[in-house]
Structures are given as structure tokens and as C-alpha cells.
Design a protein around this ligand. Structure first.
Ligand SMILES: Cc1cc2nc3c(=O)[nH]c(=O)nc-3n(C[C@H](O)[C@H](O)[C@H](O)COP(=O)(O)OP(=O)(O)OC[C@H]3O[C@@H](n4cnc5c(N)ncnc54)[C@H](O)[C@@H]3O)c2cc1C
Length: 511
């Protein structure tokens, strides 16, 4: 078996892993990155993030300017950026996770979010303003509180490529088609290496620190069925097929503590015709035809029985989309139809429904027939909904307009408008699993903890496989921020082990 020596091994090549590799390298370590996918599929889930939005704190434009040095002053003059403070971000995490997020991890995410995006800019990651998040108001662009205004230039693919260039500039070695399969430990159970599999066979890498950044277990049908439950083995996966829980399994095998919301995951409504894997786009090459279906707040959703099953106006998309996929999966056949009328054609047009083929009809009865739904039930659902709509309040899609329904179950709390103007459109949607919430227990140094809540020396974790951040739900734009924050810390701390006592055995130093 080939044997090599490095200081730090990073498992994975997504956003979290690349942040870790750069941080470890810049702290003086000789770093090797192992990536299971071939080079053409590099970047993991991070590549699929069309929006590539990073949620972070800011106190208005003065904090945004250093991130966006190329935006001219004349542009800033037109922008209102409502501050998003640490208290706001922390409160959002706690609210959507029903208070379950581990306080010190939530605080880590919040406190490190701005320093981390600034660090990325200094390294050479270019940011853009996410203009679609702005509300035009009186000739100005107003970015409301918590609206994720910052995105990586050219989306997820741009982010991955920018990171990769930064790794290459530093001469950091990356081995593609090389899957980590086992951690090597010494007789104290300190981690001192990794065994990986490549097309030629096995390779053993001896090192002082391993950063696991290999994603969640969403692409493993057996782990989905085991942890998320019945029916999830057949759910569509929005991103990479390579995140099969390997990092989690390897760590558990040496006594790491399983932690977090193992039966939960980030799952959104996607086109019912999307692929089983890499389901985020119909056309992976051009990424023009996105399968996300994020317009439900503008209409209603019904199941194949023609009945509504959730509050479509509970909150803004960013605070509900991650839990709606699971609600769809619970419906018969795992299918839901989003139904709109002609009044919302304009706002719907801004929401990437471009590649979809809706069913269009001039009456609800005709729509039901075309969808092969029970027309009596669907007409009754729409009639009851329409009867309940509060007509005394104006519709405003960019605020919680309180224009809800009365005496309708389930209610629609905001943005309720009658479905009464033909043509009526229906889009078939299903559940698209993005990533899983359960994983490894870490402390704020991103050290992996064992069953006694003590760090396993030499083992660090970053990104999707770290648990304790998200339960039930998730605030949009936080997956990438979590990855960069934990990757940076894990990489730095793994490199810092070079200055500590050698973990023993046959460490020979990098060749
Ligand atoms: C369609 C879509 C849109 C999204 N939009 C956003 C967004 O706008 N904002 C946001 O914050 N988040 C978004 N997310 C979530 C976000 O992309 C992920 O949570 C984040 O990118 C995960 O980063 P990561 O580095 O932890 O994992 P990944 O980027 O998935 O990287 C993990 C890497 O590990 C590799 N790997 C797996 N097993 C092994 C092994 N055994 N050995 C070696 N390598 C291995 C994989 O091949 C992969 O390259 C989105 C996700 C998807 C799918």
C-alpha cells in the first residue's frame, strides 16, 4: 500500500473543506485534500448552490463595502441595507430550530459569520449583491433585514472554482477519485492518519490532524431510510451523489458521538420531474433550468386528494422552504401541486419557474380534470380558501402583510389572495432533499467529541456533517456560512497541532 506523510488531511473538496485546507496551509501545515468525486464533479453540494447566498451579520453599508470593493459609490447611493445584527441572526437560528440549536454553536456561527466572509474576500473570493433579494421602493433598492444580500460571484460553481484557484496558488495537493474510508488511530485513540481508496487501490496517509468535511448522508438511500424514515430512501437529492455519510461513519467507528437531528434534513419543493440525484437543475451544463419551486407563498398547495395541507403564508421563503419538502413527502405519492392564478404572473416570473411546464386551465374544474384530481374536492378547497381571504388588507409580498385567511384550515397567514383570475396554473412538485441535519458532535474549536464529550485528539469536522446547528428547519443562506466558519476554524486548529506534542507512534513528518 502506498504510504505518504502530511501534516493535515482534509476529506472533501466543497466549501467547508477548501476553507479548512487554506486555513491549515496558511497556519503552516502541509495539507493534502482527498476528494471522492472525479475532478469534473468537484465541489460537492457547494457547486449546486445556484444562489450561493451567505447569511452574515452587518451593520449596514459600511460593513458591506469591504466585501464589495468593486461596487461604485453611485450604486451604494441607491441602496438601503437594513442592519442584520448578531442578535437578529442568533434569534433567527433559535426561532426556526425551535430553540434546539446548541447555543455555543449558534453563537459561533453568528459571531464568526462576518469575519469569515471578510477573510474569504481577502483570500480572493469575489462577492456580488443578490439584487433579487431587494425590494424596489421609491426608486431605491431596499434590502430588508435578514434578506441574504450577499452571494458568491457566479453562484456555487463560481465559489468552488474561486476556492480551487486559491488552493492551486498555494500549491495545496488534491487527490481526486480518492475516497477516505477509514481513520487511523494510535493506542490512545488519537487520530494519526487516514486510509483512502483510489482507482489503483489503497493509500495510507499519516498525519497529525484530519478535518472531515465530506458532507451529510443525504445521498445514501440506506442511511436516509434508517434515519429519516420510511419513504425517504426514494426521495430526490438536490445536490451531489457523493455525500453518502462516509465522514460521519468513519468518525463513529472510532467512538465519535452521534449528535443532532438525525431524523431531520433540509428539504425543499422541487419539480416533480427532477432527476433522482443532482436534482437542482434539469440542465447541469447550463444550469439554466433550475428545478426549485419557491413560489408557493403566492398561491396555494394541494395534495393529490385536492386538499391543502400547510400554511403557505407562514413566513418568508427563507424561513420555511427548508421544511416544506418534508411536508410534501408526507402527502400521498409524495406529490403536491402549487396552484396560482393570473394575478401573480409577474412575481412568479421572477422565481425561476422558467424550465417548468405548468398545467394551465380556464377553470378550477378543468384544472382538476387535467391534473386527474377529484374536481369536487379541489373546487371546494379553492372555494373555502377564497371565502376565507381577508379582503380588507392590501397584498404586499415583501413584508408580512397579515393578509391571511379566516376560518380556513390550515390557515394562510400572509399573502392570501383569492384564486379567481384565469388562467389558473398548476405546477407538480415533490420533495428535494438538500442535506441532513444529524452528524458529529463538535465543540466551538471544531474538534470532534467522543461519547464522554471530550475531543478526539487529531480529529476535526466542518460543514454539513457537523450537527447541533439545525433542527427541524434552517434559515436560508446558512449552510455555506456554517461550512466556511467551521472549515476555517477546523483547518486552523488542525494545523495548530503541529506545535503540540506529537501524537506518537510512527509519525515521521511530511516527506
Ligand atoms: C441545490 C442547492 C442549493 C443550495 N443553496 C444554498 C445557498 O444558496 N446558500 C447556502 O448557504 N446553502 C445552500 N445550500 C446548502 C449548501 O450547499 C451546503 O450545505 C454546503 O455547500 C455544504 O458544504 P460542505 O463543504 O459541507 O459539503 P460539500 O460541498 O457537499 O462537500 C463535501 C465533499 O466531500 C466529498 N466526499 C464525500 N465523501 C467523501 C470521502 N469518503 N472521501 C473524500 N471526499 C468525500 C464530496 O464529493 C464533496 O465534494 C444548497 C444546497 C443545494 C444542493
Amino acid at each position: 500500500m502506498e504510504t505518504v506523510n502530511y501534516d493535515v488531511v482534509v476529506v472533501g473538496l466543497g466549501n467547508a473543506a477548501q476553507a479548512a485546507a487554506v486555513a491549515a496551509h496558511d497556519a503552516g501545515a502541509k495539507v493534502l485534500v482527498l476528494e471522492k468525486a472525479p475532478e469534473g464533479k468537484k465541489g460537492g453540494n457547494s457547486w449546486y448552490t445556484a444562489g450561493a447566498r451567505f447569511r452574515h451579520t452587518y451593520n449596514g453599508i459600511p460593513d458591506a463595502k469591504p466585501l464589495l470593493p468593486d461596487v461604485p459609490e453611485s450604486e451604494w447611493q441607491k441602496i438601503d441595507l437594513v442592519p442584520y445584527t448578531k442578535d437578529d441572526f442568533y434569534a433567527d437560528v433559535m426561532r426556526v430550530t425551535r430553540g434546539k440549536a446548541v447555543p455555543e454553536l449558534a453563537a459561533l456561527l453568528v459571531n464568526e459569520s462576518y469575519p469569515t466572509v471578510l477573510w474569504m474576500r481577502e483570500l480572493g473570493i469575489h462577492w456580488e449583491i443578490q439584487y433579487s433579494a431587494a425590494n424596489p421602493e421609491g426608486g431605491r433598492l431596499r434590502f430588508h433585514h435578514g434578506c441574504e444580500f450577499l452571494r458568491a460571484k457566479d453562484g456555487g460553481a463560481g465559489l468552488v472554482n474561486m476556492w480551487y484557484r486559491i488552493l492551486q496558488q498555494r500549491g495545496i495537493n488534491v487527490r481526486f477519485e480518492t475516497a477516505a474510508i477509514r481513520l487511523i488511530t494510535d493506542d490512545r485513540n488519537w487520530v494519526c492518519g487516514v486510509v483512502a481508496q483510489n482507482p489503483e487501490g489503497l493509500v495510507e496517509i499519516r498525519c497529525k490532524g484530519v478535518v472531515l468535511a465530506a458532507g451529510g448522508f443525504q445521498a445514501s438511500p440506506d442511511l436516509r431510510a434508517q434515519y429519516l424514515g420510511s419513504g425517504w430512501d426514494l426521495a430526490k437529492v438536490r445536490g451531489t451523489k457523493y455525500n453518502t455519510g462516509d465522514g460521519i461513519k468513519m468518525a463513529l467507528e472510532i467512538g465519535a458521538q452521534p449528535f443532532g437531528h438525525y431524523s431531520g434534513g433540509h428539504a425543499t419543493p422541487i419539480d416533480a420531474d427532477a432527476n433522482d440525484y443532482e436534482a437542482a437543475f434539469f440542465d447541469l451544463g447550463s444550469r439554466r433550468h433550475a428545478t426549485q419551486r419557491y413560489g408557493w407563498t403566492l398561491g396555494i398547495m394541494v395534495n393529490t386528494e385536492g386538499r391543502r395541507f400547510l400554511d403557505e403564508g407562514e413566513d418568508f421563503r427563507a424561513y420555511t422552504y427548508a421544511k416544506i419538502g418534508a411536508e410534501i413527502l408526507k402527502q400521498p405519492g409524495g406529490i403536491a401541486y402549487q396552484i396560482f392564478d393570473a394575478k401573480v404572473k409577474g412575481p412568479l416570473g421572477r422565481l425561476d419557474y422558467e424550465g417548468a411546464t405548468p398545467v394551465s386551465a380556464n377553470s378550477i374544474a378543468e384544472l382538476a380534470e387535467m391534473l386527474e384530481l377529484n374536481s369536487t374536492v379541489l373546487m371546494q378547497t379553492v372555494q373555502e380558501f377564497n371565502d376565507g381571504v381577508m379582503e380588507d388588507r392590501p397584498f404586499n409580498e415583501v413584508i408580512h402583510d397579515g393578509k391571511g385567511t379566516k376560518e380556513v384550515y390550515p390557515p394562510k397567514s400572509n399573502w392570501a389572495q383569492k384564486i379567481d383570475t384565469p388562467p389558473f396554473l398548476a405546477y407538480a412538485t415533490t420533495c428535494g432533499l438538500t442535506f441532513t441535519y444529524g452528524g458529529l458532535k463538535i465543540n466551538p474549536r471544531c474538534e470532534v467529541l467522543n461519547r464522554l464529550d471530550r475531543p478526539i485528539p487529531g480529529l476535526y469536522a466542518a460543514g454539513e456533517l457537523t450537527a447541533g446547528f439545525f433542527y427541524y428547519n434552517y434559515p436560508g443562506g446558512t449552510g455555506l456560512t456554517r461550512g466556511a466558519v467551521t472549515g476555517r476554524i477546523a483547518g486552523k486548529n488542525a494545523a495548530a497541532r503541529l506545535k503540540t506534542e506529537l501524537s506518537g507512534l510512527d509519525w515521521k513528518g511530511p516527506k
